[in-house]
Design a protein. Structure first.
Lengths: 179, 425
């Protein structure tokens, strides 16, 4: 870290509010970030306002997702989204229902990456509805349940406790290590 | 002239033989072959050559030195391009042959419009333009980048007949130049509650990964240059996150955002893809580290031996933990071992080229290499890693990923016809 020390020693702070460095970044407000704030955390932080149900998700799925993921999530040129085959070998298929530890990841991934040909085209309500549709098809939630920023983080995924940190000593202390 | 010194069974010679005895040693060992033909002046010596291009490309005779593509038509799935290790030497991977994995193609990013935002648990959220980043004091370092799924075909219950490119081609090494992430974080003012950093790309899947803040403050870099030129589109142009020694997927390309947080995001790639299943049905999470590993590139599958006599065995060793300290080589399937020479300079978290002279007697041989690092880690045998991590239930395709994070030994069998095959030994 001698290089870093040199860098930090290089410049004198021009104001107490600035770090000792080149200070060539531009201040950013929360509003400036709105279009980019895509991370959803397991505790629900980052989930937007809005809501959706399985019934609302079904037609969106048929129109925008079934082409690759198959009718009712059964799989086609892209992975199946429904089903929980038992994990009997190290190369067993990992599915949402048999592997994914957090339901928030379903929302996060759809919102940031799907549909594959047109990411970022879905509204928050549509992402909640598709999340509800997939979770309900997997019988992880009931068919009438509403997914929103309060209910989604409370969904307990079947394999939540199926993980072991590989090198716990490399992880910061706190809930992140135990997740 | 000193006599050559056998160093281990089946023809392995002392690694210092050539430093001491010089090239005459080989002649003494093997004798010269038939007398050479008279030398002629070829056509290229009788006329001026071709125009010098503005950007050089390899000789037309080297058109075979290419990456292999897993998805050349760009179907809606991941594209992999693998480094041809069996055709390269040294440790710096040419930029055009550096492995690339793109989950939805390489985005066409205008550097003037690209931004890097750092926010979350910081006192001063900041956004940086490329022009601003280019004015920061930079550092350079050699480091390898390796996909967490590299070498995964070795989890197959049967050895897959494929080249070092197919088996191990998702690892490459370059000199990266950029801005230490710690410098930018210092300017943002890290909040004491921050424990993780969540990185996000500007590509269409907006790939995201979480990593501990301690790594960001240790040796993480915002890389702008690769082997002296701007990073290639497949490596994240105009900038990528570099986390030396850690899983390739975490070195987020086309980086546009870093959010400091109390928790990891449990993104798709960290909670699903790079969480290898264990034999008991549980799965490892947050593997992060690319553990100590080596494999022989010369000779390897695809090379036809040119008859009994002298060969140099060489290969690549590396560890995400630190420096390679020792590589042992066997020519008899692990019954006896000799220490290989390590090409200087040996750098932390970087490819290290190892070499050892070999007098092939023309009979069967099984070539293996095994590496050690300065943190006390040793590359496991295949049997050791399979005992811990299990074996695939079926033979996968050569481009398949039956699991992740294989760092066991690779074995190449040479038969009496001079053919090299992949075996388990």
């Amino acid at each position: 870290m001698c290089t870093r020390s040199a860098v930090l020693a290089l410049a004198l702070a021009t104001s107490p509010a600035l770090a000792a460095g080149p200070n060539l970044g531009q201040p950013l407000t929360h509003a400036d970030l709105a279009a980019w704030e895509l991370h959803v955390y397991p505790d629900g932080k980052g989930l937007p306002p809005g809501s959706g149900t399985m019934a609302q998700g079904a037609p969106i799925y048929a129109q925008k997702c079934a082409h690759c993921h198959g009718e009712q999530g059964k799989g086609a040129i892209s992975a199946a989204l429904v089903g929980a085959p038992p994990i009997k070998s190290i190369d067993a298929p990992k599915t949402i229902a048999n592997f994914w530890p957090y339901a928030t990841t379903v929302f996060d991934y759809i919102r940031r990456a799907m549909p594959w040909t047109e990411p970022r085209s879905l509204t928050s309500d549509e992402v909640y509805a598709l999340t509800a549709y997939i979770l309900a098809l997997n019988k992880i939630i009931g068919e009438q349940e509403v997914m929103n920023a309060q209910t989604l983080p409370r969904v307990k995924m079947p394999n939540r406790d199926g993980f072991i940190p590989r090198f716990p000593e490399k992880l910061p202390p706190g809930p992140g290590r135990e997740m | 002239m000193e006599k050559f010194v056998p160093a281990a069974g089946n023809g392995l010679l002392d690694r210092r033989a050539f430093l001491r005895g010089g090239a005459a040693l080989a002649a003494a060992m093997t004798g010269y072959s038939a007398k050479a033909e008279p030398l002629l002046e070829p056509a290229w010596g009788k006329e001026p050559g071709q125009l010098v291009p503005a950007y050089g490309v390899p000789s037309k005779y080297e058109k075979g030195a290419l990456r292999t593509l897993s998805n050349p038509q760009g179907e809606p799935r991941t594209q992999h391009a693998r480094t041809p290790h069996h055709l390269l030497q040294g440790t710096a991977t040419p930029n055009g042959l550096h492995f690339t994995i793109s989950h939805a193609g390489n985005p066409d990013i205008d550097p003037d419009r690209h931004r890097l935002a750092i926010h979350g648990l910081v006192k001063r959220p900041l956004v940086f333009t490329l022009d601003a980043l280019a004015r920061y004091p930079m550092v350079s370092r050699f480091t390898f980048v390796e996909c967490g799924g590299n070498s995964a075909p070795l989890f197959s219950p049967e050895p897959i007949q494929a080249t070092a490119q197919a088996l191990h081609g998702l690892a490459s090494c370059a000199e990266w130049t950029g801005v230490p992430l710690a410098v930018l974080l210092e300017e943002c003012g890290v909040d004491s509650k921050a424990k993780w950093v969540v990185a996000e790309g500007a590509d269409s899947p907006h790939l995201s990964r979480s990593f501990p803040l301690a790594k960001a403050l240790d040796d993480a870099m915002i890389a702008l240059y690769q082997n002296g030129e701007r990073v290639m589109p497949g490596q994240g142009y105009p900038l990528r996150l570099l986390l030396p020694g850690w899983e390739g997927n975490m070195n987020v390309k086309w980086l546009r955002r870093l959010e400091l947080a109390e928790l990891p995001a449990m993104s798709y790639y960290e909670s699903r893809t790079y969480a290898p299943i264990l034999p008991n049905g549980k799965a490892y999470r947050f593997y992060f580290l690319q553990e100590v590993k080596s494999f022989i590139t010369h000779p390897s599958v695809g090379y036809a031996m040119k008859g009994a006599g002298f060969y140099e065995i060489s290969g690549i060793a590396y560890s995400g933990n630190g420096r390679i300290t020792k590589v042992m080589v066997s020519a008899d399937g692990g019954k006896s071992w000799a220490e290989a020479a390590l090409q200087e300079p040996v750098m932390s978290k970087s490819f290290t080229r190892f070499r050892i002279p070999w007098q092939w007697n023309g009979g069967p041989a099984v070539l293996q290499s095994r590496a050690w690092d300065d943190q006390g880690s040793v590359q496991p045998t295949r049997a050791e890693i399979i005992a811990l991590r299990g074996q695939a239930s079926r033979v996968p395709p050569p481009t398949g990923f039956p699991s992740q994070h294989y760092n066991g030994i690779t074995s190449w069998a040479v038969d009496a016809k001079g053919e090299v095959r992949h075996v388990y030994a």
